[in-house]
Design a protein around this ligand. Structure first.
Ligand code: GLU
Length: 337
């Protein structure tokens, strides 16, 4: 939740408290024998929409299930991986090594995946730890990183315009996005699911017609919902956490996005639950400029190592299992083209 919302919600609480105090005074006055009226009409709640959330009409499209490419097949890693501190002459990794810093795109409001650690004010989460492995492989240390907080709706644009060297932000690999950027091999297999208040009657995707459902703007989640049922009332929120605030304020009936993100919401709010399992595959890849295929190959070499030497498992355990108790899902074998 952003500070504006925190402030606004604080205002709501204060406002209601002062109204209660005013009523108490009125009751007291009438108990003292005055003729003052007791106002019992409920206070109209203040409705505050999270920053920029809007109702959207997304046309059903086949593009999210586009099979014009083989989206999860990436570039093969080098046969021999260079050792940290010794990047091949002329390679993009050598440029990064020479400048001393890897610039990475992350989110700052997706709990468990990419969020601001209040203790350090630095990004933290599964995606952040995976990017630190890339730094480790180039420099021999995980900390040669400059973090750029990238808005969810502008992920491929930041990569394509090379504001970041690499981005890991719960980003699904799709044929549409592959027109703009390259993706690493799959480093996590998420799936779209549904989050509702614990007292909701919604039990799965079949109950979403005519309901107000929130998903991140420009996400695959929105398109998948539009493809699922044209009668779903879609709300697009600028950031992932805005959807949680809207659900908490009763402005939407459900959130539908990746199970990973929903698990983070549920870990923050015990009055919510995931329902209906998953209904669309969302394989995550790290996005890299198409101008640097040698870097994509190198990153795939890093992923091949971390997914087999136990590093991926310990990153999952410390970020996800420790906070949700959910065991790690199977990771598909890397595929190369
Ligand atoms: N993983 C999906 C996507 O990349 C939805 C979640 C998100 O936007 O972060 O569009």
């Amino acid at each position: 939740m952003n500070s504006t919302l925190r402030t606004i919600r604080g205002f709501v609480a204060t406002r209601n408290r002062s109204v209660l105090l005013a009523c108490a005074s009125l009751v007291l006055l009438s108990a003292c024998g005055t003729t003052a009226a007791v106002h019992t009409a409920p206070v109209k709640p203040l409705v505050v929409m999270p920053n920029g959330a809007e109702i959207v009409h997304v046309a059903p499209s086949k593009s999210s299930t586009d099979d014009s490419c083989d989206p999860t097949a990436s570039l093969a890693p080098p046969t021999i991986m260079p050792t940290p501190g010794n990047m091949p002459r002329g390679s993009y990794m050598a440029q990064i090594l020479a400048r001393g810093i890897l610039t990475v795109g992350v989110d700052d409001n997706t709990y468990l995946w990419g969020y601001r650690d209040p203790a350090t004010d630095l990004p933290k989460g599964f995606d952040v730890d995976m990017l630190q492995q890339v730094s480790q492989a180039i420099f021999g240390s995980p900390g040669h990183i400059a973090y750029v907080i990238v808005p969810n709706a502008e992920r491929w644009q930041y990569v394509q315009s090379r504001k970041v060297d690499i981005l890991a932000e719960t980003m699904t690999i799709t044929c549409d996005r592959e027109k703009h950027v390259d993706f690493s091999s799959v480093y996590y297999e998420a799936g779209q699911s549904i989050l509702v208040p614990t007292n909701s009657d919604i039990t799965g995707k079949q109950d979403l017609a005519h309901k107000r459902v929130c998903a991140p703007a420009k996400s695959t989640s929105l398109q998948n919902l539009a493809n699922l049922d044209e009668h779903i009332q879609l709300w697009a929120a600028p950031s992932n956490t805005d959807c949680l605030v809207m659900l908490q304020q009763g402005q939407v009936d459900a959130i539908s996005t990746d199970d990973t993100i929903l698990q983070g919401y549920a870990a923050q709010d015990p009055n919510t639950k995931l329902v209906g399992g998953t209904f669309h595959d969302e394989p995550y890849g790290m996005a890299i400029s198409k101008l640097h295929p040698d870097f994509t190959r190198f990153v795939n070499g890093v992923l091949a190592r971390v997914t087999t030497d136990g590093t991926w498992n310990s990153i999952y355990a410390s970020n996800i299992f420790a906070n949700t108790g959910i065991p790690a899902p199977a990771l598909p074998a890397a595929r190369y083209r």
